[in-house]
Write a protein that binds this ligand. Structure first.
Ligand code: HEM
Length: 205
């Protein structure tokens, strides 16, 4: 079997797929507000898939150790960067939407409602910038780990909130919220299992 792409090749493939998907969604409808909003939703969903893979990589190595989970963990940085790329497209489409249809964009929304999403973008920027060697060395391992762990949890919370407020719309939103909630629960369980293993080394065999 041909090996799956890894490293920057994996990032390039995922970024190209995100652009292709966005173009296909935009081309499938007449150019206008509906197409733009569909593409915003589609990129939020591609971001969710990539985020979950990066978010759960270490969890899976603990709960389901094996070749696949180890490989996922090895690619975590590139999955994270592909998530950031997909969310940059989400951001660019939101910018277009707000520019072209300000009355629709601001309907039922105010600056306060944009705080969680903006905080999410701030952390995406910080995580991307510090995913390279030089800033990583500058921060040192403790600060780096603190920043990446905080950023990851903030992004998980923004996803949860985005789905939670859409639950009354029905459709896939209750499922999406349950998916995020389950991912968070699994991560916390894996963390607890790791703590237990460290405290009682005999359990790790
Ligand atoms: C200030 C920043 C942001 C703004 C203004 C914004 C705006 C929007 C808009 C307008 C939609 C489409 C609504 C619709 O037509 O149904 C949307 C969907 C969504 N956004 Fe963002 N967003 C922001 C940041 C984020 C961030 C940081 C995340 C996640 C980390 C996120 C996750 C989502 C999700 C999960 C959806 C719903 C996707 C679906 O329909 O399944 N957004 N956002």
């Amino acid at each position: 079997m041909k090996a799956l792409p890894s490293g920057w090749k994996l990032f390039t493939v995922l970024a190209a797929l995100t652009l292709l998907m966005t173009a296909a969604v935009l081309a499938s409808q007449p150019l206008g507000v509906d197409g733009l909003r569909s593409a915003i939703r589609a990129t939020a969903r591609s971001s969710l898939a990539l985020f979950l893979l990066a978010f759960l990589a270490s969890t899976l190595t603990t709960l389901l150790p094996g070749t696949a989970s180890r490989q996922l963990l090895r690619e975590r940085r590139y999955l994270g960067l592909a998530f950031a790329f997909s969310h940059t497209v989400h951001g660019a489409l939101i910018y277009l939407y707000a520019q072209r249809y300000p009355e629709l964009f601001w309907a039922g929304r105010n600056a306060v409602a944009n705080i969680p999403g903006s905080l999410g973008y701030l952390f995406i920027l910080l995580l991307v910038l510090t995913s390279f060697q030089a800033p990583m060395r500058l921060l040192g391992p403790r600060l780096w780990k603190g920043l990446h762990s905080t950023g990851t949890w903030v992004l998980a919370a923004v996803f949860c909130l985005s789905f939670y407020k859409r639950i009354p719309l029905g459709g896939w939103y209750p499922l999406a919220f349950a998916l995020m909630f389950t991912a968070i629960a699994l991560k916390l369980i894996a963390k607890q299992a790791q703590r237990l293993r460290r405290a009682t080394p005999s359990l790790s065999h």
